[in-house]
Ligand binder design. Structure first.
Ligand code: HEM
Length: 161
């Protein structure tokens, strides 16, 4: 059972660093970037920030995924995916998949495109609005998932199962 405790510790640490970062980007960084006078400066800062954050988030996403699937296997929880009371198990996997696609497929692609073009596209204030809206949706879904996972894994299930 020690291995499950270890996996759970790694899992929660990964979630804290990763989703904590998403919340900081959504509620602190993006609103500030939108207010900056120079959109060129805001774009440059955002591009550098995103690169560093994506690198860190790739590591935490991997840790959360490996520890998560390890726990499913170790506590033999596969059948939960067939029970709607365990909606938070589905939610965890869906959030993880969404972020993995963004971090491992979409982000490297846009990065290579930006490196290739001689002049980088300056992001307008409307684009920052759009980016913030997307982050907000992902953040709210992640927070709901965390609430469901903590409550559910400690026995608070819908319909008292
Ligand atoms: C591949 C994706 C994932 C898998 C397979 C997975 C699997 C698991 C498993 C098996 C547990 C333990 C449940 C129990 O003890 O009954 C757990 C707990 C938890 N997971 Fe995930 N998870 C994944 C992704 C995520 C993500 C993306 C988040 C956050 C958005 C998350 C947040 C949590 C939290 C907060 C707990 C509760 C820890 C506790 O209170 O003890 N997980 N996860």
């Amino acid at each position: 059972m020690d291995d499950v405790v270890f996996a759970r510790t790694v899992h929660v640490l990964g979630v804290v660093i990763w989703i904590g970062g998403v919340s900081m980007v959504t509620w602190v960084l993006l609103p500030l970037l939108k207010q900056m006078q120079s959109t060129a400066d805001a774009t440059l800062f955002f591009t550098r920030f995103r690169r560093r954050f994506a690198a860190q988030a790739r590591i935490t996403t991997l840790l959360v995924g490996v520890s998560g699937f390890y726990m499913v296997h170790a506590i033999n929880a596969w059948q939960r995916f067939l029970q709607w009371q365990y909606w938070w198990m589905h939610a965890m996997v869906i959030i993880w998949l969404l972020f993995s696609i963004m971090l491992f497929i979409l982000e490297p692609r846009t990065r290579h495109r930006a490196d290739d073009s001689a002049t980088q596209r300056i992001l307008s204030s409307e684009t920052f609005d759009k980016i913030q809206r997307k982050h907000m949706i992902l953040l709210v879904l992640s927070l709901l998932t965390i609430v469901g996972a903590v409550a559910g894994s400690h026995g608070w299930l819908i319909a008292g199962n």
